[in-house]
Each structure stands twice: as structure tokens, then as C-alpha cells.
Design a protein around this ligand. Structure first.
Ligand code: ADP
Ligand code: GN1
Ligand code: MG
Length: 371
């Protein structure tokens, strides 16, 4: 955002929300691919400093900001009550939507931009990759617990913020359309990746078929369970808060499990260009499986547990297909910082899928043992 415009947005935000003091600065923050996130610094009258997360909702991606914020306000209000009942600290264990002075969950700036505010959860870290295995275990427990805490949430009240978000079959279909259109003539340079997708066409239906057959239940799920969507307490090292609630919707527990594995069960960045550094780590896979099942396992059916390896593989495949589709379409969905970044992202995902296929019997054995 240009400086003048940023200052004007901050001025408008300050009149929309009561921050409890004066805004003294704001900086772009975090590494999300979708929303525009800023950390806002506020000075109270007594000189103490407060921080807030100010986010512009990506309304290209989330077409119904009212429905989206109704979901997030509803879920976080509900979590606050449950956390209080359980004797926890709701100011640290869930996001809190700061309401505007008119009690709305977000405000529109003069250019139509939709902005929401969360108090910054202090004393936490947000990791881009696993540094110690315990951190991955903590993230598993945190996401597993999140699913359990929302087990009785009325799913019928939730808006579907992105239709067919984890319908892998539909993602494949979108890829095929992008390939047929090939508007930027990029297909000729990514033949190997295209062939990889086409060779996995059948796999894309595995979980959707089981859902439609009634073998897998829909639950209230997060749907974007990357390691960097939880906050870890700096002192205790415990996972404390699940963030990035835009995609909380009815979904498959396997997808929440699988997306975490996709992102965290390796030691490289999602966009690592050197594929020799990208290796699926079975030990991390086992650690996450253990943590997730410890928290959410009692609620999962036998079929859900049996299909955990499929959750891991299909979320990785699906994400790779999405990156490749975006590359073919000109990089308009995922934020990129350099040319070819979505292609690099796609390649890491496909490398991880290949690794998983080679290690499939071991993955199944690990799940069976932990079950
Ligand atoms: P995106 O949807 O673009 O990924 P996120 O909601 O995940 O956006 O926010 C981006 C980053 O901002 C997070 O990865 C995290 O580092 C930070 N963040 C978001 N909310 C908070 C919060 N309430 N307290 C502290 N940090 C936060
Ligand atoms: C996006 O918003 P962020 O960066 O947490 C995307 C996820 C992808 C992920 C890949 C709404 O997540 O689905 O798995 O990038 N979110 C949306 O890193 O599309
Ligand atoms: Mg995020």
C-alpha cells in the first residue's frame, strides 16, 4: 500500500475502532498468502504500548465478508465461553474480534476495503517451519483440540466461505480448465508437473467418494492447518491458539490432519527451489499423528483413522494442483514475491507426494500402531 493511502486507512481505522489509545505506527506483518496483514502499534495514555493485528480481508477470495465475519465472530465467541468454562485464558487461547464503535465485526474503508482487528496475542511465536519435533507435536495437539472444542458447534450456522474448498475433484477440474485455456502459454514449460497431475486423476476422488458414500462424516473443521496458523507460547513452548479462521467450515477431519502434515512434516520451505532439500519426514509424520489422535482420536471413526495417510497425501496433491493452476492462470490467487514462486511451491508439493507414495506402507504402519 502506498504510504499516503496507508496513513489514510489507519486514520479511518482509528475512527472506526476504539484501540484504547493512539495509533503510533503500523507495519506489514506475517507470511500469509491471502490477506493483507499489519501489526498496529498503539500508545495508551499511561505510555504503555499495545499491539493489534489489522487485516484487510481478501474479498476476491472471500466474496461474502459479512458471512465470513459472522462465522469468525460466532466461532470465537463460542470458543471464549468453552475456554472460560474449562478454566483457560480466553484472551490467549482464542482470537478475539475487536468490534467497531458501532459493534460491527469489521469496517469498510472509503474505498470499499474490508478491515478487521484482533488484539495481538503477546508472548507467542508463529513458526514457518518445524525447528524442534516437540513444536510439531504441540501444533497437532492444538489443532486436534480445536476440532474437539468445536465438535458441538452448530455447523448449519456456518457460511461456506469458499465453496468446494477442499473438493479435490473440483480442484482437478479447475486445473484442467486452466490447462485447456493456457492463457499465458506456460503449459509447455511444465509438462512434467502436468503429467504428474494427470497420473493422479483417480486419487483426487478417493476422499470425496467416501464422503458421498456416507463413510466419512462432515465436521466443523479449520481447513487451513498450516503450522503458521497457530501461535505457540514463548515460555512454555505449548501451542495455545489457532488463528486464521477464514476457512472454518464443515469439512473432513482428514483434511485438517493432512494439511498440517503437508506443510510441517518436512524441513524445507513451501517454495524451496532446490528439491533435493525437500524430503517427507516420517518421524515428524508419526509425531503429528500421535498428537492429533491424542486430542481428537476419541471422536474419530475407524474409517477416518484408516484414511489418515490419504488425508496427508491428498491435501498435498491438492495444494500442488492449486499452485500449478495459479501458475498457469498468471499467479493471481496466492501472493507471490518472485516469478516462478507458485511453480516452485507446486514442485515441493509433488515431491512430497512422491515421497509419501514411496513410504506408504510405513505411513500405514505408523497410523495403525498409534491407533
Ligand atoms: P493469512 O490468511 O494471510 O495467512 P493470518 O490470519 O494467518 O493471515 O495472519 C498472518 C500472520 O499474522 C500469522 O501467521 C501470524 O504471524 C500473525 N497473526 C495473526 N493474528 C494474530 C494475533 N491475534 N496475534 C499475533 N499474531 C497474529
Ligand atoms: C493459503 O492464507 P494462508 O496463507 O494461511 C490458502 C491455503 C493453502 C495455503 C498454502 C484461503 O493459506 O488453502 O493451503 O495458502 N488459503 C486460502 O500455503 O486459500
Ligand atoms: Mg495464515
Amino acid at each position: 500500500m502506498a504510504r499516503c493511502q496507508a496513513e489514510e486507512t489507519l486514520r479511518q481505522a482509528e475512527s472506526a475502532f476504539d484501540f484504547g489509545g493512539e495509533i503510533v505506527g503500523a507495519l506489514r506483518y506475517g507470511q500469509g498468502h491471502i490477506n493483507d496483514t499489519f501489526c498496529v502499534y498503539v500508545q495508551k495514555e499511561d505510555g504503555e504500548c499495545l499491539r493489534y493485528i489489522l487485516q484487510r480481508i481478501n474479498t476476491e477470495t472471500f466474496r461474502d465478508p459479512d458471512g465470513l465475519m459472522e462465522n469468525i465472530a460466532g466461532v470465537t465467541d463460542y470458543l471464549r465461553e468453552v475456554i472460560c468454562k474449562n478454566g483457560g485464558d480466553p484472551t490467549r487461547e482464542t482470537l478475539t474480534v475487536l468490534r467497531t464503535r458501532e459493534n460491527a465485526p469489521y469496517f469498510r474503508d472509503s474505498q470499499g476495503g474490508c478491515w478487521r482487528v484482533y488484539p495481538f496475542i503477546e508472548g507467542t511465536v508463529c513458526l514457518q517451519s518445524v525447528q524442534k519435533p516437540e513444536q510439531f507435536y504441540e501444533s497437532a495437539k492444538t489443532f486436534g483440540k480445536f476440532q474437539m472444542l468445536l465438535a458441538d458447534y452448530d455447523a448449519s450456522t456456518l457460511h461456506e466461505t469458499i465453496p468446494r474448498f477442499h473438493d479435490t475433484r473440483d480442484r482437478l477440474c479447475n486445473f484442467q480448465k486452466a490447462l485447456a485455456a493456457d492463457t499465458l502459454s506456460r503449459a509447455k514449460d511444465v509438462k512434467a508437473e502436468i503429467d504428474f497431475v494427470l497420473a493422479h486423476e483417480k486419487d483426487c476422488s478417493v476422499l470425496m467418494d467416501r464422503l458421498e458414500a456416507g463413510d466419512l462424516p462432515l465436521r466443523v473443521t479449520h481447513n487451513d492447518t498450516k503450522l503458521n496458523n497457530i501461535l505457540i507460547d514463548k515460555v512454555s513452548g505449548r501451542g495455545i491458539c489457532v488463528i486464521d479462521l477464514d476457512t472454518v467450515m464443515p469439512g473432513l477431519s482428514l483434511n485438517d490432519y493432512g494439511d498440517s502434515i503437508r506443510f510441517g512434516a518436512n524441513h524445507s520451505a513451501e517454495d524451496e527451489p532446490d528439491l533435493s532439500k525437500v524430503n517427507f519426514d516420517l518421524e515428524l509424520f508419526a509425531i503429528y499423528t500421535k498428537g492429533f489422535l491424542e486430542e481428537a482420536g476419541s471422536a474419530l471413526t475407524a474409517v477416518e483413522k484408516e484414511y489418515l495417510p490419504w488425508g496427508a497425501k491428498l491435501m498435498t496433491l491438492e495444494c500442488g494442483i492449486r499452485f500449478l493452476t495459479d501458475y498457469l492462470e498468471g499467479d493471481h490467487y496466492f501472493r507471490t514475491h518472485r516469478p516462478g514462486q507458485n511453480l516452485d511451491r507446486c514442485r515441493t508439493q509433488f515431491k512430497l507426494v512422491r515421497d509419501m507414495e514411496l513410504l506408504w506402507p510405513q505411513m500405514q504402519r505408523i497410523v495403525a500402531e498409534i491407533r
